[in-house]
Design a protein around this ligand. Sequence first.
Ligand SMILES: [Zn+2]
Ligand SMILES: [Zn+2]
Ligand SMILES: [Zn+2]
Length: 166
Amino acid sequence: MSDKLLCDFCGTEISNDSEFCTKCGTIFIDDVSCFNHSDVEAKGVCAICHQAYCKRCGLRINGIFLCNEHSHYEIYEGMARVFGSSDAQKVNLYKSDLEQSNLHPFIYERKASPISLGGDDYTLFRASGDSGGHIINEIKLMVPCSEVLQAEKIIDELDQSTPETT
Ligand SMILES: [Zn+2]
Ligand SMILES: [Zn+2]
Ligand SMILES: [Zn+2]
């Protein structure tokens, strides 16, 4: 017997005592109840906060289960956007700060024009309710879903220590 299994939903390798897939949030054990509703069966584990939620409290987006609170993140191949700016220097600065905290940031620069909106490329990203035109040339700082909460805390602190205007 191997001690590794593959998640039958996303194919990620997981140890056979895992209760859920950390990548996509699929639950492998029975009788897990929703974090909000102790009498309702959970449908998945949020990839960001790792709490189990029922189908009313969470949903699957691009194959990854997220709770309602975290479903606004843009997710791309298991990475979630934690920061975005058209200022490449700032994005790179934040990236190196996250790396120093042993996170695994990744910069995604989407080459898109307004014409391609709605095309295949665009559907990879949810617009996250932020429909302003500025999103188009945004350089995105992504981290693995499980590092989102940590990364946001670091970015928040950086934002506070470097005010835009003095
Ligand atoms: Zn999975
Ligand atoms: Zn969550
Ligand atoms: Zn629920």
